[in-house]
Design a protein around this ligand. Structure first.
Ligand code: ZN
Ligand code: ZN
Length: 367
């Protein structure tokens, strides 16, 4: 499977140098040094915390890592492995020299200045680096069947974790207590780690879209929970609202408006549609309710090996949605001094629409 991914990438590499991020036109690279770990994992299966992958247009693939991963690297990957005993760039430089590569593509958004300088010292004098951007990330947007299964399992476990955690919600519990309960439940259900810092925001604090849980005790009123976990490497992401005690009219109205916006965005999703059009569908509904200024972020984002991936479901993203993309749909409104409401599902784009993976109810919920 990884090999198929590498072949796809190498096919794109042939065109990469022709349209560089700088706008300069040049010859296509003959090789690609992948340094972003999530991309290395995607292309090789290697899950270690230190590694680089050198791909050649000739079809060769070599993973570089350090001695801690000698056993793991050969067990996880199907490509050649070099265990670097000294600086990794030195081993990479040697391999490039031996293969005779002249134009090595590098990931400009991920290669640090220090690593670039170290690599520069090791490259043969007539070999140059070619900065490229988003090559692997664009491939990663469309998930294969195995990836979709992993995301589905992650999403279902995440929903189960919410139900188990909410059962433990008691008077006197703080936001941090509930966040800990959520993380614990996800872990017990097989997650490796949270996909991001779990958000539990009660009362007025829910008006902060990315509130960190604090000592605030969860009392009567709004409760916003945004949670996700990595399971077999793949992320889930969901936001649900709970109203502690009887919900007042203002809350019910705002909740209905956000839900209407969320459902409109979901209904707009289909292969062939631009991401910006899905964002507009949510924004138009909130505008109708006079809430467009309170919607301060994008409608959603791709997810997979990372919690935030391409595409961005925002005003300016012209990415055309394609079958197999996994994205979130999460409009929200935030009113200072009152609170916030967000509803978020993970969905998969299909030829005729989409499939909502998140099983948790979106009915107005009071506890
Ligand atoms: Zn979220
Ligand atoms: Zn999200």
């Amino acid at each position: 499977m990884s090999n198929e991914r590498r072949e796809n990438l190498v096919a794109r590499l042939a065109e990469a140098g022709l349209a560089q991020p700088s706008g300069a036109k040049g010859k296509a690279p003959d090789s690609f040094l992948v340094t972003k770990l999530d991309n290395v994992r995607y292309l090789t299966g290697f899950t270690g915390s230190n590694g680089m992958l050198l791909l050649g247009r000739d079809g060769s693939a070599r993973l570089f890592t350090d001695p801690r991963y000698t056993l793991q690297a050969s067990a996880e990957t199907d490509c050649a492995v070099t265990i670097a005993k000294g600086p990794m760039t030195k081993s990479v430089g040697k391999a490039i020299e031996k293969a005779g590569y002249k134009r090595v593509a590098v990931e400009q958004d991920h290669l640090t200045l220090a690593a670039a300088a170290a690599l520069g010292k090791e490259l043969p004098s007539r070999t140059e680096t070619v900065p490229v951007a988003g090559l692997v990330e664009n491939l990663r947007m469309v998930k294969d069947a195995g990836e979709l299964e992993s995301i589905r399992a992650s999403v279902i476990a995440n929903s189960e974790a919410l139900e188990l955690a909410l059962r433990e919600l008691k008077p006197g519990m703080s936001e941090t207590d509930l966040a800990a309960e959520i993380d614990y439940r996800n872990r017990r259900l097989g997650a490796e780690r949270p996909a991001f810092d779990t958000i539990v925001a009660s009362g007025e604090r829910s008006a902060l879209p990315h509130a960190h849980p604090g000592d605030t005790l969860i009392g009567a009123g709004i409760l916003l929970i945004d949670m996700g976990a990595f399971r077999h490497g793949y992320a889930s992401d969901m936001t649900r609202m709970v109203h502690v005690g009887k919900a007042p009219g203002k809350y019910k109205q705002a909740y209905a408006a956000v839900l209407e916006a969320q459902l409109a965005a979901i209904a707009a999703v289909k292969a062939g549609v631009k991401a910006s059009k899905v964002d507009k569908a949510a924004r138009d509904v909130l505008k109708k309710h006079g809430l467009e200024k309170e919607f301060v972020h994008s409608t959603g984002h791709g997810l997979g090996l990372e919690i935030h991936e391409r595409p961005r479901i925002g005003r300016k993203d012209s990415t055309v949605l394609t079958e197999g993309m996994a994205i979130t749909i999460e409009p929200g409104v935030y009113l200072e001094g009152w609170g916030g409401i967000r509803i978020e599902d993970t969905i998969v784009v299909t030829a005729t629409g989409c499939e909502v993976l998140t099983p948790s109810t979106k009915d107005l919920r009071t506890i």
